[in-house]
Ligand binder design. Structure first.
Ligand SMILES: *[C@@H]1O[C@H](CO)[C@@H](O)[C@H](O)[C@H]1NC(C)=O
Ligand SMILES: *[C@@H]1O[C@H](CO)[C@@H](O)[C@H](O)[C@H]1NC(C)=O
Ligand SMILES: *[C@@H]1O[C@H](CO)[C@@H](O)[C@H](O)[C@H]1NC(C)=O
Ligand SMILES: *[C@@H]1O[C@H](CO)[C@@H](O)[C@H](O)[C@H]1NC(C)=O
Length: 279
């Protein structure tokens, strides 16, 4: 029997919203998968105008998709709103699982499934949460210069283990994951992988017990595949908030804990970094 916090998987989840032809006429360099909640139209609009802008890195083809599930209460009410937003922007994919914290792994797997089936020739995939600051230009210039296989990077956690207290949002019961440690993995707010890993992760997830922490689960998939993660230099992927500073932010990839309103405020100023900051 399944523990209530364990996401039901595999299960033939259906795409309620899909963009199957996005890679028919172009091969993106980077597929950016952004986790948002179904009702978060405001957050998505801010991301479209800031770090999620597909033309923000000159000469680099970026494809942005928002990953959503079904709101557990307002699912039916949000349906037409989401459909309208989807028609306007063509950047939302949705499957028919409940959009809850403990189901986040299903969103990541939906993203891996989409890349495997609809965009297998992309070079890289980045998964990001909505509450981050991202500098894709620096990521591409500094870390994605050569074609890579079996490559994943981000803020790497090593020798950590599941939290066994129910008091935590990150509680993982033994019934879901018995080991005391996780294999090395990249922190969920923002990580990058070579796109060849997407079908491998999606494939191995069909046979592994899925756990409710999406980032640790991707680490478990890589462990099963015999693939290691690559650490990043200190300060490039930041799991804690750091205050905005133009030139410092021009030399990092990700900062966790940025809300949409702040992003809107700093983004125009950050654009000046391209000419103002030494690299
Ligand atoms: C995205 O960036 C381009 C180039 O800087 C700009 O022209 C465009 O208006 C931006 N799009 C949005 C939605 O902000
Ligand atoms: C995850 O989604 C499935 C399918 O919609 C649902 O049955 C399950 O209750 C959800 N799990 C959690 C922990 O919300
Ligand atoms: C991916 O590349 C292969 C080999 O070049 C090609 O046959 C295939 O049509 C491409 N697929 C897509 C979806 O672009
Ligand atoms: C869990 O522990 C077992 C026994 O030590 C080990 O064989 C297995 O590789 C571990 N799994 C992970 C995902 O680390």
């Amino acid at each position: 029997t399944r523990h209530p916090l364990q996401p039901p998987y595999p299960h033939p989840y259906r795409f309620l919203l899909n963009e199957p032809h996005k890679c028919r006429d172009r091969t993106p360099f980077l597929v950016l998968l952004v986790v948002t909640e179904p009702g978060d139209t405001v957050g998505r609009n801010v991301i479209r105008q800031t770090w999620g802008n597909e033309s923000s890195v000159p000469g680099v083809s970026i494809l942005r998709l928002f990953l959503v599930g079904v709101h557990p209460v307002f699912g039916p009410a949000l349906r037409s709103v989401l459909e309208e937003e989807s028609l306007l922007h063509h950047d939302i994919i949705q499957q028919d699982f409940f959009d809850t914290y403990n189901n986040l792994t299903l969103k990541t797997l939906m993203g891996m499934e989409w890349v495997s089936k609809h965009c297998p020739n992309a070079s890289y995939v980045m998964k990001a949460d909505r509450d981050v600051f991202l500098n894709l230009g620096y990521l591409v210039r500094r870390f994605l210069t050569k074609p890579k296989k079996n490559f994943m990077t981000g803020y790497v956690y090593r020798n950590t283990g599941p939290l066994r207290s129910k008091a935590y949002k990150w509680y993982v019961p033994r019934e879901i994951y018995p080991n005391n440690t996780y294999p090395p993995y990249c922190g969920g707010p923002g990580y990058v992988l070579s796109a060849d890993l997407a079908p491998k992760i999606y494939g191995v997830a069909q046979i592994l017990p899925v756990i409710n922490m999406e980032d640790s689960f991707v680490g478990i998939c890589l462990h099963a595949l015999g693939v290691g993660v690559t650490g990043s230099p200190w300060g490039v992927f930041n799991m804690y908030r750091i205050e905005y500073e133009k030139c410092r932010f021009s030399r990092l990839v990700m900062v966790h804990h940025f809300q949409p309103q702040e992003l809107l405020k700093i983004w125009p100023h950050f654009q000046e970094a391209k000419v103002m900051c030494h690299r």
